[in-house]
Design a protein around this ligand. Structure first.
Ligand code: SF4
Length: 765
């Protein structure tokens, strides 16, 4: 790459910050924020240095490797592809298509090439045993969106730049810069909110970095947010505060929701939540009486035993108080590549519970089973048992509950392949690792996170460095494997048309698809004066077609779509290349009822699966706590994102961040000392961690960050190993799931904590 400044989107987290990368002598000399980026305006966080560190990491694999009795051995790509395809095909032939399992990690959604190639790859593998990080994260949001708005990825996003009241429950955007809300420079945006006399309220079991900036903060017991939100719904009805505003004519089953909330008065939930009735009423009145307000719930509320109900109720509260589709409330985005409209056009709005997992009977969501049951499906004999496994950019050993059991399961597979450039806690079990190019060696377009951004923008980044002839992008790896698998399935030869199709796809890559989607999307080709003729002609043809004819969908995708009139036009890949800092497409706009995809055009406030689970919530209202136990929650740090950046020395340096946070009362009771070691255990699983005593924790609650635990043998990430920490998932049970969505319970599991004594001391004592 030429010397000079190159503009790009940082792909490391959801925030999509614009970066200006200075290259000198073929190397990165500096990474700064791009002032001209229309979303991030020059903001970057300390993690941005990892763009360089990951790129230059000598431990990043550059060629395929195979495991041998004497260690890893480099092999050529052709040999690697042939071996992997044959092994997967043989397993499938001998034991059925579900004997191959696939896990897709979180970095895939930051990679348009991988996203586009994943579909043909999964089709070629043909398995129902598919898993991803979704069920350890945002699955309840996807389910609520499907149930209420008719589309699994249609998320209401807080209009943070215009709101006057931001209520944040179980989220920490000061550390994350948003999650399911792409909001680079949350700190700066919060400052602007305060300057317009706005206010932030935070509810969390920990006084987080975000909570420290809030005007109002309330501790809540982990796993009890559903009680709080149900009591807020109850208050809305009791105090006659229901005012749905723009959604008024779209909602249905309001009375069913009212009936389900009746037992959950603010007084009834005090003991469960630890929040006073007065506070609950005040919170509800503030939300209802502030015209521009947004209630936002995140990770802490979705990965818990009542994650589904909690998310549903948060959606309901925004709707009932008139915040949905209102400027300053929660709004739907209009991304330049509209996967939501595309999915709807193809009849892919999402599905849930079409089939159930073999061992535990957990429901599928969008074709995936919950990650918490991966080990069951590998370890339990019988038809459909997973014998061969594929991971793509994932480290589920550290990110899924009961990581040690998954470790054991993966070690017993007949065959495993990983598409990854690190030998980490998961990929060390692979027989072959296929390393893709580093992110700076490929182009970048954020398909997913533009659907979640607090402002509509569009940006394409060209590859910063040449990949080199002996390297492969993720999409090339996936397409090559898919092609070979299809060929093997057809006896070694494909029909000529199919063969030509595969070759053309592999030759072109994903960027022409991005261009096509941009041109046919909401901000695409401007038909100009021709529109005057085309529009009535299109309406005429559409009027003649049956209601569900596929051509109707095509019209929705074109620039003739009436919903997309009035938007800026002319977007294409060429135009984005001419504007390397990105193009601003404007603030979020009201979009209802057009953006609703339910079959009856209504928002269902009381889907049956949630009402059914309210019975469980009701039973728990008076359930006694287990005495003496502490409740465990996770946490995230600004300098870390899951497990995959811990080999950057600049990110892990400094004070140990993988510690157990404990309130002074609990530390006192348990004789724990700050800096001393504690043993944290549950169900025979245990870890040892340094203790950090802080009043930021709610009494009775302890916290461990996620993504650590690099102490396993056989990895090749020496910096990460030097800062190993312990994995929270080595304690968490994989048997605890939210029964509605099947999401892992990662917050609120009970643990026992005691002073750790090394074995030697214990014997002499
Ligand atoms: S917040 Fe940090 S890691 Fe995330 S996109 Fe911005 S610079 Fe990158």
């Amino acid at each position: 790459m030429d010397n000079g400044i190159h503009y790009r989107t940082c792909h490391l987290c959801e925030a999509m910050c614009g970066v200006a990368v200075e290259v000198k002598g073929g190397r990165i000399a500096a990474i700064r924020g791009d002032e001209k980026d229309p979303l991030s305006h020059g903001h970057i966080c300390p993690k941005a240095v990892a763009l360089q560190d990951l790129h230059e990491d000598p431990e990043r694999l550059r060629k395929p490797v195979r495991k041998t009795s004497t260690g890893w051995q480099e092999i050529e790509w052709d040999e690697a592809f042939d071996t992997v395809a044959e092994k997967l095909h043989d397993t499938r032939t001998a034991h059925g298509r579900n004997s191959v399992g696939v896990y897709l990690g979180n970095p895939n959604v930051h990679n348009h090439g991988s996203l586009i190639a994943t579909m043909p790859f999964l089709h070629a593998v043909g398995t129902q045993n598919r898993f991803s990080a979704t069920s350890n994260d945002q699955l309840p949001h996807m389910l609520a969106s499907l149930e209420m708005f008719g589309h699994q990825v249609l998320f209401p996003v807080p209009d943070i730049d215009n709101t006057d009241l931001f209520i944040c429950i179980g989220g920490n955007p000061m550390a994350s810069n948003g999650s399911l809300m792409t909001v680079p420079d949350f700190r700066g945006r919060l400052k602007a909110l305060k300057q317009r006399n706005g206010k932030m309220i935070v509810v969390d079991p920990r006084r987080t970095e975000t909570a420290k900036q809030a005007e109002e903060f309330h501790f809540i017991r982990p796993g009890t947010d559903a009680f709080l939100l149900m009591a807020m719904v109850n208050t809305l009805f009791m105090d006659k505060l229901i005012s749905p505003g723009p959604a008024e004519h779209l909602i249905k089953d309001l009375d069913l929701l009212r009936l389900s909330s009746l037992p959950f008065t603010p007084e009834a939930v005090i003991e469960r939540t630890g929040i006073s009735a007065e506070t609950i009423r005040d919170l509800t009145h503030q939300l209802a009486n502030t015209p521009k307000a947004a209630l936002y719930t995140r990770m802490g509320t979705s990965t818990q035993t009542f994650g589904s109900i909690t998310t549903w109720l948060a959606y309901c509260l925004n709707i009932l108080t008139g915040k949905l589709d209102t400027v300053g409330g929660v709004m739907f985005t209009q991304p330049a590549i509209d996967l939501i409209a595309l999915g709807a056009m193809a009849g892919q709005r999402g599905h849930f519970g079409k089939r159930h997992s073999r061992v535990k009977g957990l429901p599928e969501f969008a074709g995936e089973y919950p990650a918490s049951t991966m080990a069951d499906e590998i370890l339990t004999p019988g038809e459909g048992q997973i014998r061969a496994f594929v991971t793509v950019a994932g480290n589920p050993v550290l990110s899924s509950p009961n990581g040690r059991r998954l470790d054991e399961a993966l070690s017993g597979l007949d065959f495993m392949v990983s598409v990854d450039y690190y030998i980490n806690e998961t990929t060390r079990h692979a027989d072959i690792i296929l390393p893709p190019t580093a992110a700076l060696e490929r182009s970048h377009y954020d398909i997913v996170f533009n659907m979640l951004a607090v402002r509509n923008v569009s940006k394409y980044s060209e590859a910063l460095f040449d990949a080199g002839p002996d390297s492969r992008h993720d999409w090339q790896i996936l397409l090559e494997l898919a092609h070979k698998l299809e060929k093997l399935r057809k006896g070694g030869k494909l029909p000529i048309r199919s063969e030509l199709g595969w070759r053309a796809f592999k030759q072109a890559g994903p960027d022409p698809i991005i261009d096509l989607l941009l041109r046919t999307g909401p901000y695409g080709t401007d038909t100009g004066r021709a529109r005057e003729i085309l529009e009535p002609a299109t309406s005429l043809v559409m009027g003649l077609l049956p209601k569900h004819h596929p051509l109707r969908g095509l019209a929705k995708l074109s620039s003739l779509n009436p919903q997309w009139q009035g938007l800026p036009k002319g977007l294409s890949l060429k135009r984005l290349k001419e504007n390397p800092s990105g193009i601003d497409l404007g603030a979020l706009r009201p979009a209802l009822p057009n953006r609703l995809f339910t079959r009856d055009g209504k928002i269902n406030l009381a889907p049956r699966r949630y009402l059914k689970d309210v019975e469980r919530l009701h039973q728990q209202l008076s359930a006694p706590d287990s005495p003496g136990e502490l409740l465990l929650i996770g946490r995230r740090h600004m300098r870390s994102n899951n497990s995959w950046m811990h080999n950057s020395r600049r990110l892990v340096k400094g004070k140990d961040r993988c510690t157990l946070l404990v309130h002074p009362h609990d530390a006192n009771r348990l004789n724990l000392e700050g800096g001393g070691q504690a043993e944290i255990s549950a169900g025979g699983r245990k870890v040892v961690l340094p203790v950090e005593i802080t009043e930021d924790m709610m009494p009775g609650v302890v916290s461990i960050p996620h993504g650590w635990g690099h102490d396993r043998d056989g990895t090749l990430q020496s910096t990460a190993s030097d800062h190993a920490g312990a994995s929270i998932n080595d304690i968490l049970s994989d048997q605890d799931t939210d029964p509605v969505a099947g999401t892992s319970v990662l917050n609120g599991q009970a643990v026992t904590v005691k002073v750790w004594q090394p074995k030697q001391q214990r014997i002499s004592a």
